[in-house]
Design a protein around this ligand. Sequence first.
Ligand SMILES: [Zn+2]
Length: 103
Amino acid sequence: MDPSNPMNDIAQAFSHFTYAASKKKMLIIDIQGVGLKLTDPSILSTNQEEFGITNSGKLGINSFFDNHVCNHICSKLITSDDKLQDSPLLLGSKMFLKRPKKC
Ligand SMILES: [Zn+2]
């Protein structure tokens, strides 16, 4: 990924957000695309029986954070201890995350 591309900060913050929103159980990485069309994510989970062979589990999650430097978007979304910020920016996502599951 090109570090001078502003989409890099968005993709990095999104990955970090997915970790916080999943309560440190999952991480979505490797988002690719052109412009605003993003595809081909890899999902890493602490449960390595999920999401196929690209799920490298806790090892992959740790590798992401070994190389991740929080940016200005991360700080608006995520606290320093990896919880979601109490921010109006996240109102919609928090409502989504709290939706009751359908039977
Ligand atoms: Zn971050």
